[in-house]
Design a protein around this ligand. Structure first.
Ligand code: B12
Ligand code: SF4
Ligand code: SF4
Length: 400
């Protein structure tokens, strides 16, 4: 159903359909596709609630390996996540929807600009959760008004395995980087789902078109794929910079480069992006100030300025402390001594997370003698054990 438009909804608006109440299920599904597109969805398909049997045991394997790290919410109630019918016994069909958020420039170009921060494509505009949820609710209301039944809508945060459901509904396939790849939109599709008690005609499951390609596996800066189709989230920069609340483990700091919120490398190299087009939703497109922000400016954000800059953005969720931690890792990787002053100022920050990251940044930018002099001065007053430990470890690894 991801393709053409059927005539019925061109002739009948919701009110008329409601009055007629005699739509065949095929006509209803065609009308649903048209309504979804009118609401701004780019892809839509329908699947059976029990279409993702393999996802359940694979998900358990992922949890048993501890690959979810500290994402306890992901590990909670795996039985519900693995089976939509456990989440809601009334579900008869799952409608999966996609919104194209294709970038209008190469997301990897910013990685060479070491004095600027790279924010992943999905987070350069407004928060997709809010936008997609509104659209899902509107479509669900239309469905109920048109044909009755009960509905529930989900985007991202609920216990729903959106990628395998999307594959089963024909929107694309789970590539070796584990995300859904669409033949029309490449890597750049946000997903959402509507569960309904109506019995709608199913779409065909999409099949894997990765072939012998392994571009996404090879590009990953932190070797986060233990095998094709398997991700160890604990090594993924998206997890490390967004979900991880503590200091970024030392082994990943250099590899993170200037990625300050999420990572797009495995998505960006996928050859299927050659068919992708820039997204059509202005609210999701990149805000100019978030395309290539200067690290020096970001390091100066206080709480109020952070909230103002990231109003309505998904970045706001991680808070100023975690964000400035990420900026300091990028400053440490910048190779630019002009940024020493920014990191030095943050040695007095009220957040130990920020102070610890500032120590590491300085260890990367200063010579060993200079760093040791700072350590002697600051350690006299540093109250936090984790930050003191950073001074000790960073001193051993500082530049000669
Ligand atoms: C937790 C989570 C994360 C975690 C873990 C990611 C992961 N791959 O699991 C972290 C924080 C790392 C993350 C990162 C990102 N995420 Co995220 N994330 C989620 C979330 C909330 C749950 C995903 C989940 O269930 N993971 C558990 C694992 C076990 O499930 P899985 O990935 O489907 O694993 C399957 C494969 O491993 C497969 N498998 C295993 N072995 C084998 C063997 C073979 C042969 C085969 C064929 C398959 C196979 O089976 C498993 C079960 O289906 C979803 C939203 C949702 N509710 O679904 C968004 C979601 C997946 N994220 C999304 C995005 C955009 C991202 C990022 C691109 C953001 C960024 N730019 O930084 C990165 C991409 C990183 C990556 N390579 O995956 C989008 C993806 C859209 C799409 N087109 O697929 C989603 C769907 C959100 C949304 N609503 O749009 N994310
Ligand atoms: S998002 Fe980046 S770090 Fe995470 S798996 Fe993909 S390439 Fe690796
Ligand atoms: S980069 Fe290659 S292996 Fe990875 S998802 Fe795309 S086609 Fe599949």
């Amino acid at each position: 159903m991801a393709g053409g438009r059927a005539g019925v909804a061109d002739l009948c608006g919701p009110r008329l359909l409601n009055a007629a109440h005699k739509l065949s299920s095929a006509d209803l599904k065609a009308a649903l596709g048209n309504e979804a597109r009118a609401l701004g969805f780019d892809s839509v398909g329908v699947t059976d609630p029990d279409a993702i049997a393999d996802a359940g045991w694979r998900f358990r394997e992922f949890l048993e390996a501890g690959a979810h790290g500290d994402m306890d919410w992901l590990a909670a109630s795996p039985e519900r996540r693995a089976d939509p019918r456990v989440l809601w016994p009334g579900v008869r069909s799952v409608i999966v929807l996609g919104v194209n958020y294709g970038p209008d420039e190469n997301p990897q170009a910013i990685l060479a600009q070491r004095m600027r921060g790279a924010i992943s494509v999905y987070a350069q505009g407004d928060d997709y959760h809010d936008l997609i949820k509104k659209r899902l609710k509107a479509l669900a209301r239309w469905l109920v008004a048109t044909s009755g039944g009960e509905v529930k809508v989900f985007v991202d945060t609920a216990a729903v395995m959106e990628k395998p459901l999307a594959q089963a509904a024909g929107l694309g396939w789970q590539g070796k980087h584990t995300n859904l790849v669409s033949r029309e939109f490449g890597s750049w599709l946000f997903l959402g789902a509507i569960f309904t008690s109506l019995d709608l005609p199913r779409d065909d499951t999409d099949t894997d078109h990765c072939g012998s390609c392994r571009a996404c596996l090879d590009i990953c800066p932190t070797a986060a794929f233990p095998a094709p189709y398997k991700l160890d989230a604990r090594r993924c920069i998206s997890y490390l910079t967004i979900e991880n609340k503590g200091p970024i483990p030392r082994e990943f700091r250099k590899a993170i480069g200037n990625r300050i919120y999420g990572c797009d490398d495995c998505l960006a190299v996928c050859p299927w992006n050659k068919f992708a087009q820039a997204g059509r939703e202005a609210k999701l497109s990149a805000r100019d100030e978030l395309r290539a922000p200067s690290l020096a400016d970001l390091a100066r954000l206080d709480d109020a300025a952070f909230r103002a800059l990231f109003a309505k953005s998904p970045v706001k969720r991680i808070g100023r402390g975690r964000f400035v931690r990420n900026v300091l890792i990028a400053i440490g990787n910048s190779g630019d001594r002009a940024l020493i002053v920014e990191a030095e100022r943050l040695l007095d920050d009220e957040s130990p997370l920020v102070r610890g990251a500032a120590v590491w940044a300085l260890s990367q930018l200063m010579g060993r003698g200079e760093f040791a002099a700072s350590a002697t001065r600051v350690m006299k007053t540093e109250p936090d054990d984790t930050v003191r430990a950073e001074w000790g470890l960073a001193g051993m690894n500082a530049n000669p």
